[in-house]
Design a protein around this ligand. Sequence first.
Ligand code: MF3
Ligand code: CO
Ligand code: CO
Length: 250
Amino acid sequence: HVKTREQIEGMRVAGRLAAELLDYITPYVKPGVSTGYLDKLCHDYMVNVQGTIPAPLNYAPPGHRPYPKSVCTSVNHQVCHGVPGDKMLRHGDIVNIDVTVIKDGWHGDTSRMFYAGEPSVQAKRLCEVTYEAMWKGIAAVRPGATLGDIGSAVQRHAESHGFSVVREFCGHGIGRRFHEEPQILHYGRPGQGPKLHPGMTFTVEPMINAGKRDIRQLADGWTIVTADHSLSAQWEHTVLVTEDAYEILT
Ligand code: MF3
Ligand code: CO
Ligand code: CO
C-alpha cells in the first residue's frame, strides 16, 4: 500500500496524537498506580481531549476474542498485549505502554518502556538495548532497501548483547486499517524480502527478551509472556518511507 500526499497527512496527524498520548500518561507511571487506572486515563484523554478512537478497544482479529481495554500494558516478563487490570505497579517494574489512536480513519501506533521507580541494572540495559534495536531497524528504512535489511539490523543489535528476538509478533503496515501488509519481521537476512517504496507506512516494534525467545499466551486470550519468565521489552514507532529515507510519524 503506497499512500498519497493527502493520506500521508492524515497519518501524520494520527501519529502525532498517539505520541502525545504517551507524553500525557508519562507522569502517572509510578509505583502504586494500577495498569487499569493508566488505561482509564488514556481512554478518557483519547475520547474527551483528543477526539480520537482507541483502536485496541474491542479489536478482534481472527482467532481472538475482542480486546477489552483501550491500551496495552505489558509489565516485566509480559512481552506484549498485556491487558490492564487491578494490579499495581511496584518499585523496579518495567512496563511497556502501547497505544493506537484512530483520527479521521487513520491509525497511529506507538509504544515506549517506562520505569516504575528505579529498575535493576539488567532491566534498564534490556530497555536501552531494545530502544537502540528499534532505531537500528528504522535507520535501515529507505527506498530500495528490503524488509530483511530492517529485520537483520534489529536482530544483530539485540543478539550482540546476549538478548533474543521474539518471532511470533512483528511490525506491520498501517493506515486505514490497524494491521495491514506487509509484516515487518524483527529478524532476517540483509537484502532478502520485498523492497521498500516511498509512501509506504508501517511500524517497527521489536520485542526483545533477556532470556530465551519462546513465549506463551495467558488464559485471558491476549497477554503474551516469556516462557522462561525472563524480562521482555518493546518500543514502537510508525514510520513513512520518504524519497530518500524515512520520516517518523509518531
Ligand atoms: N498496538 C499493538 C501493535 O503494535 C496491537 C495491539 S492489538 C490489541 O500492533 F488488541 F491488543 F490491542
Ligand atoms: Co503495531
Ligand atoms: Co502498538
